[in-house]
Design a protein around this ligand. Structure first.
Ligand code: ADP
Ligand code: MG
Length: 707
């Protein structure tokens, strides 16, 4: 028997208990040992009932005096009432939702019980002390109670049918038997440097805290030395895994060795209507270095909306072109792909680069023609949507894959496009992933830990800050006046409607209706346009072109304009039902304005009812314009799992760490992990560490590789 043994085979557990644990995600002994308490209760010196103050979180031990179903004095609501006393006083516990049979079994007269909850007083019952829906535990009155009281006691995330007492008992049994088998795999130099206690001791103490690790506050904040030891271990192993991966790929995968010093880059700079920003120059330099290496580039480019990522993509594509390879840019929407093509068209012509556009909604004939150009190599730059990754599409010689607005794609889609590279030559194309969703550093280190990171941290000059206002229905008339005034001065306006996929049809109808309403009733004197995702590509493009030419003053749109759209003359965005949008979506939308000379305004029009979360999100938008701060807030409000729609993000399952809470430890773990792998690239001197990583992260790391 070892730490990998299924707990059902451990003496004293058995199949039934083990099935219950399975629901908590616990199968093996190891799983159990890393299933940490959600909080701790100090039951060493419990206060007497008489000394308890109302409003406090309290834990008492006492004996059941009376128990049974009764009704509330005033509203006659049914409840289960249990009175418990110690030698000093009485507390009444009440449950309004209960299973009478279960309660009767548990709260038998004379039994010793532990109750914890917030103490209240009842003015209708002589200010008696009450606990509403307290957590409860039965003591057996024997030796075994020593696990459950008289000490700091762990409280676990529980599940139906599995009481705290059962979980704790099982944990005690497992930990006593197995904790000594957890060997330390961390290099001693690191455990010494950061004063990390041995793993076995950490496991013991994190479940059953003992001196000197009995500081209750530290324990409850997951900041005790035993917690730190476990968290560090988990993050360090992950980071060593990422470091191995990054460097393994570096040595083992064959890529194209591009010569980055051709004439086209210089030519590009000479025909651009603006000088590159310092940040753009720096990032292009980083890309040149990557592309000239014999191994495939794996680079993530982060830059807030409007920071100028498109030029960078073009620069990379030019390097591929000069070396006789094709480059593909994959964009998440038709509109965006078309806009890329449209905007680049002029530049591409001067650079003598032949481009092809391939999107799903193109007429079959055009699509076939594009596919032919791609396969024959006639097309050198291919711009498209996920239609690019369909199996029929073959590339003559794909050397560079650029994924724009990465967060809109799933892991699998990215992988497929990359696999289309260098057919026949067994070559991995270079990969440049671009995202405007600023990824908080802690998340980037975890999810994209094996990619190199470039950050465009400088906006092109002359941008106007966008002022953001939170408004309500009552303000409509004033808002309309404001829009009218702006249009009168030659400006343009977006009005954005939310579009939730589940009710797409309904909402489209709403957007269409609003468009008609605005055109007929509100702005009859102006030219309005409407775009949404269900329109044919052609219709969409017609509207967008008219808008670009300022023949349309107000564009009503669903969130299809969320990414990439660039019409600098637009200075006002009115977002309807702003309370329904997520933070990063609002930030993306807002990024569409403030791109030209005009002072820009974003008006968040919120409707009631509004959740507390929604109110917080809108407040963040009003107060804050920096994408990274917004992303951190978003991560904090939603939690990492939901940050991009869970599983797609490739976020590894962390058992004991939380990347936001543990960001400082993550940084240390990252630094140490990468320096270890630099000094011992195959971990030949750290064999136990290597096998621990393989055991823990093998599958997950394969997933992460998609970037
Ligand atoms: P994003 O990073 O959001 O994809 P874009 O590449 O679409 O940003 O660039 C936004 C706008 O800024 C475009 O109109 C582009 O032409 C312009 N732009 C890009 N780089 C610069 C620069 N160095 N100076 C001035 N304008 C620039
Ligand atoms: Mg862009």
């Amino acid at each position: 028997m070892d730490t990998q043994t299924h707990i059902q085979y451990v003496k004293g557990i058995g199949p039934r208990r083990s099935a219950q644990f399975q629901r908590l995600g616990v199968e093996t002994v190891e799983d159990a040992c890393f299933y940490l308490p959600r909080r701790y209760e100090d039951r060493r010196a419990l206060k007497k009932i008489v000394a308890l103050q109302p409003g406090q979180l309290v834990t008492i031990i006492g004996e059941v005096q009376m128990a049974g179903v009764t009704t509330t004095a005033r509203q006659k609501k049914k409840m289960y009432e249990v009175t418990v006393s110690d030698s000093s006083g009485i507390v009444t516990a009440k449950w309004f939702h209960f299973n009478a049979k279960y309660m009767k079994d548990v709260f038998q007269k004379g039994r010793k019980v532990v109750l914890s909850g917030q103490l209240q007083t009842n003015q209708y019952a002589g200010w008696g002390k009450e606990l509403i829906h307290p957590e409860h535990e039965i003591l057996s009155g024997d030796q075994e109670d020593l696990i459950h009281c008289g000490r700091i006691v762990p409280i676990y995330p529980a599940t139906e049918g599995l009481s705290q007492r059962m979980i704790r008992g099982t944990m005690k049994l497992l930990i006593d038997e197995f904790s000594s088998q957890f060997a330390d795999v961390l290099p001693p130099a690191i455990t010494d440097k950061y004063k990390l206690i041995p793993l076995a001791q950490a496991i013991n103490n994190v479940h059953f805290p003992d001196k000197p690790y009995d500081n209750l506050d530290q324990l409850n904040q997951n900041a005790s030395p035993p917690h730190k030891r476990l968290i560090f271990e988990e993050l360090f192993l992950l980071q060593v895994g990422l470091a191995l991966k990054k460097q393994g790929r570096h040595y083992e995968e064959k890529g194209v060795t591009f010569n980055p010093d051709g004439a086209l880059l210089g030519k590009l700079q000479s025909i651009l209507p603006f000088p590159l920003t310092g940040a753009q120059k720096r990032v292009i330099g980083e890309i040149k270095t990557d592309m000239s290496s014999p191994h495939p580039m794996q680079r993530l480019l982060q830059g807030d909306v409007g920071s100028g990522k498109t030029v960078i993509a073009l620069a990379a594509a030019l390097i591929a072109r000069e070396n006789g390879y094709q480059a593909a840019i994959m964009a998440p929407t038709e509109i965006l792909a078309e806009q890329h093509q449209l905007k680049l068209h002029h530049l591409l012509e001067q650079l003598e680069l032949r481009a092809a556009l391939l999107t799903g909604e193109m007429p079959a004939k055009l699509k076939r023609a594009a596919a032919e150009q791609i396969e024959s190599g006639q097309a050198q730059l291919i711009i498209g949507t996920h239609a690019l990754i369909q199996t029929e599409v073959k590339f003559a010689r794909l050397g560079l894959v650029i994924v724009d607005e990465q967060h809109k794609f799933g892991v699998a889609q990215r992988l497929t496009l990359q696999k289309k590279g260098g057919q026949g030559e067994n070559i991995h194309p270079d990969l440049l992933v671009m995202t405007a969703t600023p990824i908080p550093r802690s998340l980037a280190l975890t999810v994209y830990g094996d990619l190199s990171l470039s950050v465009l941290d400088e906006m092109p000059p002359g941008r106007q800050p966008v002022r953001t206002h939170l408004r309500y229905d009552k303000d409509r008339e004033k808002i309309y006046q404001f829009l009218r005034g702006e249009v009168g001065k030659g400006g343009q306006v977006y009005i954005v409607y939310p579009l939730v996929e589940e009710s797409e049809k309904l909402e489209l109808k709403a957007a269409t209706k609003m468009y008609e309403h605005f055109q007929k009733d509100v702005f009859p004197e102006l030219n309005l346009g409407l775009v949404h995702g269900r329109m044919s590509a052609n219709d969409k493009e017609q509207v967008m072109q008219a808008f670009r030419r300022n023949e349309i003053s107000i564009l009503i749109a669903t969130t299809v304009i969320e990414v990439g759209i660039d019409v600098p003359n637009t200075s006002i965005m009115l977002i309807e039902h702003a309370e329904r949008f997520g933070l990063s979506q609002l930030h993306q939308l807002r990024g569409r304005i403030g791109r030209g000379e005009r002072p820009s305004h974003c008006i968040l029009l919120a409707q009631f009812p509004m959740s507390v979360d929604a109110r917080q999100r809108l407040q963040v938008m009003v107060n804050c314009s920096d994408g990274f701060t917004i992303a951190e807030e978003d991560l904090r409000l939603r939690g990492p799992g939901d940050f991009w729609g869970t599983r797609q993000s490739g976020l590894p399952d962390l058992r004991v760490s939380q990347i936001l809470r543990d960001a400082p430890l993550l940084e240390i773990a990252r630094k140490e992990a990468f320096s270890l792998v630099a000094s011992d690239p195959h971990l030949e001197n750290h064999k136990p560490l290597l096998s621990a990583i393989e055991h823990k992260w093998k599958e997950k790391l394969d997933l992460l590789r998609a970037g």
